[in-house]
Design a protein around this ligand. Sequence first.
Ligand code: GLV
Ligand code: GLV
Length: 306
Amino acid sequence: MSGWSQLQFELWDSDDPIPRQELLKKVKGCDGLLCVLTEKIDAEVLNAAGPNLKVLSTMSVGFDHLSLGELKKRGIRVGYTPEVLTDAVAELTIALLLATSRRLIEATHEAKTGGWGTWRTLWLCGYELADSTVGIFGLGRIGVAIAERLKPFKVKKFIYTDVAPRPELAAAIQAEYVSMDELARQSDFLAVCCALTPETQGICNKNLFSKMKNTSIFINTSRGGVVNQEDLYEALSTGQIAGAGLDVTVPEPLPTNHPLFTLKNCVILPHIASASYTTRNAMSALAANNLLAGLRGEPMPKELQL
Ligand code: GLV
Ligand code: GLV
């Protein structure tokens, strides 16, 4: 490209998502598009953009909101933001895990609303990490970062499952590769860190929960779609598992009258795993750099291989 001084851009200058109709209108004729994960980038958007569109940059590590087949078909290059959010997501996952296992939300509620009558021996007891087995479903950078942070809590053993063993990543945390069934059976804490794909859609279901211990804690900071929420509700309400911490749900936002909100042993956060100032700044800078590199026809700092 020549004439950078003439690069024109249109900014949706709001923290709320751009309305769909607005996006379809504004994208027309664009060479590049930077989006966040609330925007479904599918054939409709790409058709509305027209043949000029060469580059899509998403400010997210997840890309389940993008129709990759449609992008590939049109030869559109795609940038995303892995790595810069790993620390923030791992930190939040630990916070959510502890909030769930030690029942922090329930406890502050009790303290505030008069439930704190006196010190009681078994009141608000939870489960501790010391001497536990932690299972990681989908071992990537985030899974490793979570395990590294959990180690000082004296976890006894890390196990993981994935489509195939990932020995290099696993070596850093001495994690043992096991089947999904074994992961369910052995884990005291099970953290889901996989991408949402057709293969992982709904994979955390009755079958998985029924094999878990009734003292185990389930944590999901990946995508809500990997969980069958009806099965999770059943597992939580019948005591099949001890608790669940979710940063992601289907849909988002989860309606306030959703049954999962009625459960004391379910901690639900509004998709905030990467929400630190440092990380959101790094994600937006990386997304902008991906976009500019793509427009220049240069290698992107982080390009998704389609
Ligand atoms: C957040 O969920 C992301 O994909 O970046
Ligand atoms: C995501 O960035 C992962 O590799 O886990």
